[in-house]
Design a protein around this ligand. Structure first.
Ligand code: SF4
Length: 219
């Protein structure tokens, strides 16, 4: 009798370190969207707009099946999902698992991802490339630069690029009326920041003065 091969350990379910979620959000892409802000970013951009999301231990690990079920069962109509942070592409396996689930379960939803990485950097890294290519319709990419202000409602700074990665993404960008996009939504943040600005307020508009939270990164 020969010894049988040891049973392989089951793969641990993927998780995503999540700082906050909100829905329905209308300020971070077309239509009504579910937004996930992930925790963890090592970029240290001067005047980071979401420093509370920089620590990798901010927020909590959420198994993808639980996060996906929460997203897929919200009782309002949604047109898509936007992932921001923090740096979503520093968690490529969890991001890939989440986007793959959304892409499968909600094929009519558009998928957008904010990242501080350039598209060229993403394409050069197999895990990051697999996380978004073929799943994501629109990516807003590039590091946040406070010295390069932008008045575009979807860009934190002028150096960032909005790139369509699919036919649907190209169609959405062609149809997008940026003047009709709301500049921000207000919501409840996590932990000690009870209020948060969701989106990218217009230049010079002091919406943060009346709210104690910080804007989400948007990079
Ligand atoms: S602005 Fe965004 S990319 Fe830059 S340090 Fe903050 S969270 Fe990271």
């Amino acid at each position: 009798m020969t010894a049988s091969a040891p049973k392989p350990e089951p793969l641990p379910p993927h998780t995503l370190r999540v700082y906050a979620t909100a829905w329905p959000v209308t300020a971070l892409g077309p239509g009504q969207r579910f937004v996930v802000w992930v925790s963890g970013c090592g970029r240290q951009c001067p005047r980071c707009v979401s420093p509370e999301m920089q620590p990798p231990d901010a927020g909590r690990d959420v198994p993808i099946p639980i996060l996906a079920r929460r997203i897929l069962t919200v009782p309002v109509h949604l047109d898509g999902i936007t992932i921001s942070g923090g740096e979503p592409l520093d968690q490529p396996e969890g991001l890939n698992a989440l986007l793959r689930t959304i892409w499968t379960e909600k094929p009519d939803w558009s998928i957008m991802v904010y990242t501080g990485y350039r598209l060229e950097e993403i394409m050069a890294d197999p895990a990051r490339r697999e996380a978004v290519i073929g799943l994501t319709d629109i990516i807003i990419e590039g590091p946040f630069r406070v010295s390069l202000p932008s008045d575009h409602p979807l860009k934190g700074s002028a150096n960032q690029r909005i790139v369509a990665l699919s036919d649907r993404g190209r169609a959405l960008l062609r149809q997008l009326n940026i003047h009709a996009l709301p500049r921000f939504n207000a919501g409840l943040g996590a932990y000690n920041s009870p209020d948060m600005i969701i989106g990218i307020p217009p230049l010079g508009r002091d919406v943060c003065g009346s709210l104690s939270g910080k804007s989400p990164c948007g990079t």
